[in-house]
Design a protein around this ligand. Structure first.
Ligand code: HPA
Length: 280
């Protein structure tokens, strides 16, 4: 088997030969792919063409890398529409391959978005939540095994997994756009079954404000690779046991679609301001 570094390096070289790396990339979660369609003069590359990129299989996840200008602006960004999840059976190296590729390509900032179930009693479906920290409850870690120093150091610090600087910028964007922005801890679970009400009560007790089936391993790999990370969840449903209705993936996609305009406005403004800030 090829090493994770070699695979990400091959993908990054392949991209670099075609497009210079933008300073920021966004991973777009379930139903949140609209940003990719909005990019101007965009180059669109199906994952299947990029070395070692696995194709996502979940409906609502397209599997295309788009690189283009933010609508009405000059800043060029990359948008990864669709990701692969552990619950699809992908090995963890595949789950984080795109993130490592972004880092080796030369991207500085990574915006990771997802659909999540709301646990905090104040949250309503359609709310956007800035991720302040996470609980990795997937039972996996992408850094498991021999460390490759070319990817990052053995024991990366996770105290500031979600960059305080980027968080302040996103909060300022929300204020200026007149948007309510929730914030809280994201619990990442393996899935694919939704949680039981008992599990949601437990997650609430340990400080989780939202729960989802992605993000945490990508963030660990991103921090390992030296990327600055910003995480935004779209609360697509109340978590199990908190509403009278049963959970369904269609609800996740429909609610994400309802939040589309606010999500787009916030993410575009944030990406623009991230690009404008001075080098670290
Ligand atoms: N649980 C886990 N993942 C999710 C949920 C949820 O309630 N909603 C969207 N993704």
């Amino acid at each position: 088997m090829q090493h994770a570094y070699d695979m990400a390096h091959a993908a990054a070289d392949w991209l670099r030969a075609r497009i210079p790396a933008p300073s920021a990339a966004a991973v777009l979660g379930s139903g949140l792919g609209a940003l990719a369609d909005q990019l101007e003069d965009a180059v669109q590359i199906p994952y299947g063409e990029i070395p070692h990129f696995p194709a996502p299989k979940v409906s609502g996840h397209a599997g295309v890398l788009s690189v283009g200008r933010l609508p009405g602006r000059k800043t060029v960004v990359a948008a990864l529409s669709g990701r692969v999840h552990l619950y699809e059976g992908h090995p963890i190296e595949e789950v984080v391959h795109a993130v490592r590729t972004m880092a080796l390509w030369g991207v500085r900032d990574l915006v990771i978005t997802n659909a999540a179930g709301g646990i905090d009693g104040a949250f309503a479906p359609g709310d956007l939540m800035l991720i302040t920290d996470h609980l990795n409850l997937t039972g996996k870690n992408p850094l498991w095994g021999v460390n490759d120093d070319r990817l990052g150091q053995r024991f990366p610090d996770m105290s500031h997994a979600y960059s305080p600087t980027l968080r302040r910028i996103v909060q300022a964007c929300a204020r200026d756009l007149g948007q309510t922005l929730r914030s809280g801890v994201y619990a990442g679970v393996m899935g694919p079954s939704y949680e039981t009400p008992a599990e949601i009560r437990m997650l609430g007790h340990v400080g989780a404000a939202a729960v989802g089936m992605s993000t945490v391993n990508e963030v660990i790999a991103a921090r390992h690779a030296g990327l600055q990370v910003c995480g935004i969840s779209c609360i697509t449903n109340l978590a199990a046991g908190l509403s009278a209705t049963e959970l369904h993936h269609d609800e996740v996609k429909t609610t994400a679609e309802l939040a589309r305009e606010r999500f787009l406005a916030l993410v575009c403004e944030a990406l623009e301001r991230f690009a404008e800030r001075p080098e670290r």
